[in-house]
Design a protein around this ligand. Structure first.
Ligand code: PGA
Length: 249
């Protein structure tokens, strides 16, 4: 069985006072069946990890540099993230691909250094609206998986998130059939490349406008093992019903 994961991506939101959301989540979910991950912005990582200590909430980062260390002003290395208390890192989010020109080989290089220091990498893939409308979705997903994943991944160190770019922060979500089609396709592509043993254990997340009122339906789709949640992860009152829906799925 894949490990289920409810992951929250705070993006460029949150100050220290917002870490009380972690306390609220811990109180609401003292013994969750699924894994819970919060990815706050980098300056909050250390405090978030301290706040989450002793709870079942893991703390993750939203990006890392592909190099081990050196002259890269403003960047953060994978080892620094571990030092700050992170156990996971999101890589290749479409906002990074768009805002920072990240390509599949860059995502792959970042993931290799991240895994070398023990981080679990959450690799994001997803089509734009133009790509979907021109019938390229499955090809785009195949290409991104082929380019972003290294040959030596395992289900313990890698998670994949399908995030249609046009569904992120827009309130629009694909139909459940469309989500199911992409997730089944991803599982097939992964089986072909990595074999049944690894591919069937990999956790596959859906991300893009997951909310308390659509989460249960999304989690009922085959091969959806959890969610990567942006806006609705900022407040415990919104994220908590999503965690509960995943636990119940
Ligand atoms: P959203 O973001 O839930 O706000 O649409 C999802 C994501 O970008 O991971």
């Amino acid at each position: 069985m894949q490990q289920k994961l409810a992951a929250g991506n705070w993006k460029m939101n949150g100050l220290s006072a917002d870490l009380e959301q972690l306390t609220l989540l811990t109180k609401a979910h003292p013994s969750p069946q699924c894994d819970i991950l919060i990815c706050p912005p980098a300056p909050l990582l250390h405090r978030a990890a301290k706040a989450a200590k002793g709870s079942l909430i893991a703390i993750g980062a939203q990006d890392c540099h592909a190099n081990e260390s050196g002259a890269h002003t403003g960047d953060t290395s994978a080892a620094m993230l571990v030092d700050a208390g992170a156990s996971h890192v999101i890589l290749g989010h479409s906002e990074r691909r768009q805002d920072h020109g990240e390509t599949d080989p860059v995502v792959r290089a970042k993931s290799e250094i991240a895994r070398s220091v023990g981080l679990v990498t959450i690799i994001c893939v997803g089509e734009t609206l133009t790509q979907r409308e021109s019938g390229q979705t499955l090809d785009v997903i195949s290409q991104q998986l082929a380019g972003s994943l290294s040959d030596d991944i395992s289900a313990q160190n890698t998670i994949i998130a399908y995030e249609p770019v046009w569904a992120i922060g827009t309130g629009k979500i694909p139909t459940l059939d469309q989500i199911g089609e992409v997730h089944a396709h991803m599982r097939e592509v992964l089986i072909t490349r990595f074999g049944h043993e690894i591919a069937e254990m990999l956790t596959l997340l859906y991300g893009g406008s997951v909310k308390p009122d659509n989460a249960a339906n999304i989690f009922a789709v085959a091969h959806v093992d959890g969610a990567l949640v942006g806006g609705a992860s900022l407040k415990a009152q919104d994220f908590s019903p999503i965690i509960a829906a995943l636990d119940a799925s």
